[in-house]
Ligand binder design. Structure first.
Ligand code: SF4
Length: 220
């Protein structure tokens, strides 16, 4: 039996948001639903159902399983748009050659969130490996406003995907959890109550103060 346990694609988005958050999910299986994550999940459930839709020269593959053995990642793509093209690749369930275009669904309004670009690029890198093809760009579709943000899969973004996967592998292998870096991102983080970033910071400050006091006593 294949015991391969790839890093989940969604974990890259968490890591892009906050590495500690991704580590808490990986090593302590912590999860807490917030109003934001609940809304996102509900919106996703409406579009998330494994199916194939045909529209002329275009085939839409929803909830499509992808993986990369080279990168050690795997998961599902919300939607792959497979567009007929004589120079494209061959994929199961489609009888003509196609160019592939991954689309990731997110709730809310159009916004810049690099962590989702990482996740989307990782999906494209999986598809490239699976079907020996090249994918130059994809899109993030914001469900509430029906707006698309195009994402170019630049060498820099690809490099960042690779580096993030290596960091996640390291976290999983060594069972580490990076220290909390409290910041504006924590305000909307659903793990805030479990992570306690301010408490971690004050605990650190408390230890530092104890050390300083010990040094003072030594020299007095
Ligand atoms: S509360 Fe802040 S430091 Fe903690 S996991 Fe969330 S974003 Fe990261």
């Amino acid at each position: 039996m294949d015991e391969w346990e790839p890093i989940p694609l969604s974990r890259l988005a968490h890591a892009g948001y906050c590495l500690r958050r991704a580590a808490l999910l990986t090593n302590e299986q912590l999860w807490q639903e917030s109003a934001d994550t609940a809304k996102g999940r509900k919106e996703h459930e409406r579009v998330h159902a494994e199916r194939v839709e045909r529209r002329g020269e275009q085939v839409l593959l929803y909830e499509y399983q992808v993986y990369s053995r080279c990168l050690n990642i795997g998961g599902k793509c919300d939607c792959i748009e497979a567009i007929q093209n004589p120079h494209g690749c061959r994929i199961p369930a489609v009888e003509f050659p196609v160019r592939l275009y991954p689309v990731e669904y997110k709730h809310g309004k159009l916004r810049d969130e690099e962590e989702y670009e990482l996740q989307l690029c990782a999906q494209a890198m999986c598809l490239e490996e699976m079907y020996d093809t090249e994918i130059a760009e994809g899109a993030i579709f914001y469900i509430s406003t029906h707006r698309r943000k195009l994402v170019a899969f630049t060498p820099e973004l690809r490099q960042k995907v690779t580096e993030t996967v290596r960091m996640l592998e390291d976290i999983r292998r060594n069972f580490t959890i990076p220290a909390a870096q409290s910041g504006p991102k924590c305000v909307r983080c659903s793990l805030r109550a479990l992570c306690m970033p301010d408490a971690a910071r004050s605990a650190k400050a408390y230890c530092r103060r104890l050390q300083q006091e010990a040094v003072k006593e030594d020299v007095s």
